[in-house]
Ligand binder design. Structure first.
Ligand SMILES: [Zn+2]
Length: 461
């Protein structure tokens, strides 16, 4: 199987060869949890979930380790918690719950590790101490800073030299920095701010060191793929490389992958423009699979212009595909499938979607034998498995309204909800979750509140 991916560091499409093909390791920078995730945040989650699915299919499900972190300590979190008059712990706990609910609706698989920054502080302190010992970091005015002048290759990912950066910038430099691009590894916390004891006083980590410490803890000093949005190339990923490679004396990530920007009417989403679309709000109107399909209809490195037209077109296409999948009632034979070349070619999902449409045309052809028809349907289902699509029972996809369900269906749903609640009371969360997933496949989503469970149709508006 020949997977090719575009590597930002070399600037080329490369054949993917893992360091150890019994343990393929990937890391994606996760959210900073201070507010609802927006649709731009969903892009790397969906794109690299698709990569995770493809890698699992090539190397085996238990031979891929995927870590996606949660940044749960950050100045933005402190500001937002103060505004809401709650503790940072309360805010991050709430936001993480919302985040998980949102991305579950997008058919995103759980990563193997989802470390939180606040649970990795001892590892960060160790790494900072190591960088100080090796003279890559210095202490000034209660801050610990990374000395960019000491890192010979600084700028290699974002392809700029320190001299160019200095010439091109006009930012005011903090007085405690030796060089303008030196960045904070540790900074002091005021009494009313969250903080941890360290050799440099009570304080908290800078953002970049979090990822360097978490990748080391969960994936090792060197690993295969580091990914994230294009906006992270500089300074975040550049700084991660500088820290990790200076501390370990060896390469950090073998391949770097970055997804393109997401725009709304050609503009970047921002608070000041008031055009932020949260995943949560979009899910009130569109099934998560529609959001996911919209995202995958553009190649991941290209910018996406996200719009209602895009969502509507995705909905129409999904209707067409689901309708075709349900045309004949033939038993599945579970034949082995080959991973499509389009997906192996740097995750060419728009190409994969056009191939799916060609297969749909075949399903719609009345002259095709049942055997061939089944083979085409299986191929579409396999594309879906790799792209996180077509997960619903085709019948469920078209049910939009509780009234169109038979009484038999409804009592079956109620029965399963009762069984799930019993399992939850007995702390059998595995069973409870299995039942929830079964309902999910039927297009039913559950909401638990005040000791009551209500159910809704995924596609119901
Ligand atoms: Zn990161």
């Amino acid at each position: 199987m020949n997977l090719k991916i575009f590597d930002t560091l070399s600037g080329k499409k490369q054949k993917f060869t893992p360091i150890n093909n019994k343990k393929v390791r990937m890391y994606v920078c996760g959210p900073t949890v201070y507010d609802f995730a927006h649709i731009g945040n969903a892009r790397p989650i969906i794109v690299f979930d698709t990569l995770y699915r493809v890698l699992r299919s090539i190397y085996g499900e238990d031979r891929v380790s995927y870590a996606r972190n949660i940044t749960d300590i950050d100045d933005k979190i402190i500001v937002s918690a103060n505004e809401k008059k709650i503790s940072t712990e309360e805010l991050t706990k709430q936001t993480i719950n919302f985040f998980h609910e949102d991305i579950n609706s997008l058919n995103v698989l759980d990563p193997d590790f989802e470390p939180k920054a606040t649970e990795t502080i001892p590892e960060m302190i160790l790494m900072i101490s190591d960088l100080i010992n090796k003279k890559f970091a210095y202490i000034k005015e209660n801050h610990v800073l990374f000395d960019t002048n000491m890192s010979k290759e600084y700028g290699k990912l974002s392809k700029r030299s320190l001299d160019e950066m200095i010439a091109g910038s006009r930012v005011e430099v903090a007085p405690y920095k030796k060089n303008q691009f030196d960045f904070v590894l540790w900074k002091p916390s005021k009494n009313d701010e969250p903080g941890w004891e360290s050799p440099w006083g009570r304080g908290r980590p800078g953002w970049h060191i979090e990822c360097s410490a978490m990748t080391k803890k969960y994936l090792g000093e060197s690993f295969d793929i580091h990914a994230g949005g294009a906006d992270l190339v500089f300074p975040h990923h550049e700084n991660e490389i500088a820290q990790s490679e200076s501390s370990h004396g060896k390469f950090f990530a073998k391949y770097w992958m970055h997804n393109g920007y997401l725009n709304i009417k050609g503009e970047k989403m921002s608070k000041s423009l008031g055009n932020i679309l949260t995943i949560r709000n979009l899910l009130k109107e569109y099934n998560g699979e529609i959001l996911r399909f919209s995202m995958l209809s553009t190649h991941y490195r290209q910018p996406i212009n996200f719009s209602r037209e895009l969502l509507e077109s995705s909905h129409t296409q999904l209707n067409k595909i689901y309708k075709a999948l349900n045309l004949r009632n033939v038993k599945n034979d579970g034949a082995q499938q080959l991973i499509p070349n389009s997906l192996l070619d740097d995750l060419n999902t728009p190409m994969a979607i056009s191939e799916i449409h060609e297969l749909v045309n075949k399903l719609n052809d009345k002259n095709i034998s049942d055997k061939d028809w089944l083979a085409y349907r299986n191929q579409i289902k396999f594309y879906g498995q790799l792209m996180g699509l077509f997960t619903l029972d085709p019948n469920a996809w078209f049910v939009k309204d509780k009234k169109s369900l038979s009484n038999e269906d409804k009592s079956e749903i109620e029965k399963m909800i009762n069984e799930r609640n019993l399992a939850r009371h007995a702390h059998n969360f595995e069973l409870a979750d299995a039942i929830r997933l079964k309902l999910d496949k039927k297009g039913i989503i559950l909401e638990d509140s005040n000791n009551k469970t209500i159910w809704k149709l995924k596609n119901g508006r």
